[in-house]
Design a protein around this ligand. Structure first.
Ligand code: GSH
Length: 201
């Protein structure tokens, strides 16, 4: 099994967390931001990472990849009855479609511009959306361990947030407690990015 990926990409990080949690061995092939390996362009119609190659099977969306890995491992991330599984999928989508975009401007500004050159208004708006996501999660999502399908997605997003100094707010005790516990796991240490993009000057 080969995973084409980029170390700091939250979609790839989610897949690495799933691989480590499920203890599935996999070769990682890393590419750089904006410069994916030519194989990725050949293998994936979107040209984005992650891409998983398992024999003749080529998968190019992180949500599909994580479910595939979970099925190979007997269903340890997606647990419970139909209702519980649908709920997991729903929060995983929330992570991809809302938490990621909410954090986007904090991350993009802080990783590409040095202090003083950043658009602080854009960052403040991004913080507002990020706080709204935290509030929703704290009120409506049940954090559990070991990691679930949506837990892999959310932990990677929280990790990106933390790397760019956008910690979970203290008022969200359950979320913070969960993330503290996640960070104590071996899967977290093994899946942690080798580096994050920082401003060059
Ligand atoms: N829906 C896709 C999104 C993947 C995605 O947007 N990947 C970004 C990296 S975070 C990418 O490959 N961008 C092009 C690049 O880095 O060259 C998934 O869940 O796998």
């Amino acid at each position: 099994m080969i995973l084409y990926e980029r170390t700091d990409c939250p979609f790839c990080w989610k897949v690495r967390l799933a691989l480590e949690t499920l203890e599935i061995p996999c070769e990682l092939v890393a590419s750089e931001a904006g410069n994916p390996y030519p194989q990725v362009r050949e293998l994936s119609p979107t040209g984005s990472v992650p891409v998983l190659v398992d024999g003749d099977t080529v998968l190019w969306d992180s949500a599909v990849i994580v479910e595939y890995l979970d099925q190979l491992a007997g269903g340890r991330l997606l647990r419970g009855d139909a209702r519980a599984q649908a709920n997991s999928r729903q929060w995983a989508l929330y992570s991809d479609r809302h938490v990621g975009p909410a954090l986007r401007d904090i991350v993009f500004e802080r990783r590409s511009r040095s202090e003083g050159e950043r658009d602080e208004e854009l960052i403040e708006r991004s913080f507002k959306s990020w706080r709204a996501c935290q509030e929703r999660l704290e009120q409506n999502w049940k954090p559990v361990l070991p990691l679930t399908l949506e837990g892999c997605a959310l932990a990677a997003r929280f990790g990106v947030a933390q790397a760019y100094d956008a910690e979970i707010d203290e008022v969200h005790g359950d979320l913070r407690h969960w993330f503290d516990k996640v960070r104590e796991t071996d899967a977290w240490s093994r899946a942690y990015p080798k580096n994050f993009i920082r401003p060059t000057s």
